[in-house]
Design a protein around this ligand. Structure first.
Ligand SMILES: NC(=O)c1ccc[n+]([C@@H]2O[C@H](COP(=O)([O-])OP(=O)(O)OC[C@H]3O[C@@H](n4cnc5c(N)ncnc54)[C@H](OP(=O)(O)O)[C@@H]3O)[C@@H](O)[C@H]2O)c1
Length: 267
């Protein structure tokens, strides 16, 4: 299937590793021009070089930017626009807020998580919209979490559970507001995709349950995920890239979970 991505400009946030990195690589393979960012300059540059090597796509722009700040979001979008002079697709992604229980988290921890998870989404969207409006088309995908539909109690992720829900409120509102301007807005929700973030979460859960991260993963794979395994970042990226692409032109305002069947809700 030709996704219609050749020559399109895709911005992928938080992409030196994990889900963002896999999404950037998939866009590169589809012939898009890709701007990708993360905080560590060396990490994002080497990820971009690696993607170039693997895909043969020479239009990959690495940008060092901290998405938890207004300046970082501006640096990312302005560099991408400066290099590619267009913006067709925005993938909103960021590092995950730290695990913690309500009693462990003060205002500073909440504010940091709001800046990282909610304000990065607000700011990147605000920065991308003028160019998308000029082009009279665009596609925004928020990469969030299945915890938006079903928070998992023992994962200890109250920051993520609380703040990602507001990103979904924003996405559903924007998807109807922006449709008449030719801009689609959707979300994709990872369940348990094997990245460093999952190792961090499984290690945290294991410590509190006096067991090992391997045992936590095994429990998920044997009893929680119908497909019986964690997902691969490339499997997640395939769904994100399709929803973002022109081939998904009538998909708007949806939230797709990519979780091997883990969530048991009907929709
Ligand atoms: N993996 C899953 O199954 C899963 C499930 C549910 C939700 N999620 C969420 O999806 C997001 C990505 O997860 P992942 O598994 O890909 O994590 P990961 O493997 O730890 O990768 C995180 C990426 O984000 C970048 N990053 C972190 N903080 C940043 C910041 N302030 N500004 C710019 N870039 C930043 C990191 O690079 P630098 O360190 O260089 O900045 C890295 O490239 C997280 O929010 C996570 O909570 C993941």
């Amino acid at each position: 299937m030709d996704l219609g991505l050749t020559g399109k400009v895709a911005l992928v946030a938080a992409a030196s590793k994990g889900l963002g990195r896999a999404i950037a690589e998939e866009f590169a393979r589809e012939g898009a021009k890709v701007a990708m960012c993360s905080r560590e300059e060396s990490a994002i540059t080497s990820a971009a070089e690696d993607i170039e090597r693997k895909t043969g796509n020479k239009s990959i722009l690495p940008v060092a930017a901290d998405l938890s700040t207004r300046e970082g979001c501006e640096v990312f979008v302005q560099n991408a626009l400066g290099a590619f002079r267009a913006l067709d697709i925005l993938i909103v992604n960021a590092g995950g807020p730290p695990p913690g229980r309500f009693d462990d988290l003060d205002d500073t921890a909440w504010q940091k998580a709001v800046d990282l998870t909610l304000f990065s989404a607000v700011r990147l969207t605000r920065l991308a919209l003028p160019q998308m409006r000029k082009q009279k088309s665009g596609s925004i995908v928020y990469s969030t979490s299945t915890s938006v539909r079903q928070p998992t109690q023992y994962l200890n992720l109250i920051l993520s559970n609380a703040i990602r829900a507001s990103v979904h409120g924003m996405l559903k509102t924007l998807s109807s507001d922006l449709a008449k301007e030719g801009i689609r807005v959707n979300a994709v929700q990872p369940g348990r995709i094997a990245t460093d973030r999952l190792v961090q979460l499984d290690t945290d859960t294991a410590k509190r349950q006096n067991t090992t991260p391997e045992a936590i993963r095994k429990r998920y794979e044997e009893t929680v995920i119908p497909l019986g395994r964690y997902g691969e970042p490339a499997e997640y990226a395939a769904a994100v890239v399709f929803i973002a692409s022109p081939k998904a032109s009538y998909i708007n305002g949806v939230s797709l979970q990519v979780d091997g069947g883990m969530l048991m809700s009907m929709f």
